[in-house]
Design a protein around this ligand. Sequence first.
Ligand code: SAM
Length: 279
Amino acid sequence: MPVSLLGAAEIRRLAADLDVTPTKKLGQNFVVDANTVRKIVQAARVEASDRVVEIGPGLGSLTLAILETGASVVAVEIDHRLAARLPETAAAHDVPAERLTVIDADALQVRELPGAPEVLVANLPYNVSVPVLLHFLETFPFLQRGVVMVQAEVGERLAAPPGSKVYGAPSVKAAWYGPWRLAGTVSRQVFWPVPNVDSVLVGFERDAEPRGDEDLRRRTFAIVDAAFQQRRKMLRQALSSVLGGSAAAASEALEAAGVDPTLRGEQLSITDFVRIAAL
Ligand code: SAM
């Protein structure tokens, strides 16, 4: 029997039944439009053989669209009532029980995922979208690619190239793992409740070879944080605290890495930051 999707009326009925009033604190804006969840799954190119991890399945709209492809899903949900109800909703929509595993937990605290899923698909809780993404990419090396829905500003930042106005620490840190791209826009009207921000889809592919080990990643991220904490300052000043304790020492280190000390952090690519950290 094919998997069927959730409709708007059923979503509201489920929420009423569970006594769930969507909260801002948990970024609860549920998608009530079948076309939108199918669009996300298509953008992520999910196939029947894929193992997918979803963060924040909520009432299950996107979960069912992923399951509709024949893929299996591990779903991590912080709201106990929603986590407890999801297997029942999936069963009522003809999903075989073995294709869905629900983890009732805060995604930021999860350190293990069963079945080593290689695809991430999610309508992320907007208040924690960047930390959750970076935590998953750092903790689960088997994650190869994904498409997530985030607040438009955050998506644009994640996919921004060096030199652009919105390029910042999240752009560089995300690029450590591989390239990011904007993958479409989503109307506010597909959510319940309707949010007061625009949303976009953003996709990523992990590089075949990591840029370096955990030690190099930590050092690179510390330099990125310092560079963007004072983004108007030249690198020799912004990085003085993390590169030798003075502007002169920082200049020397930057020159040794082949980076002009008078540039600003927003002009450097992830490759430049890694070169500085590797010295
Ligand atoms: N995927 C559903 C949809 O598209 O309708 C719900 C998306 S809603 C934007 C975000 C979901 O993430 C909510 O179900 C919320 O309870 C859950 N959530 C919020 N913070 C979380 C966290 N730290 N870890 C796991 N889930 C979280």
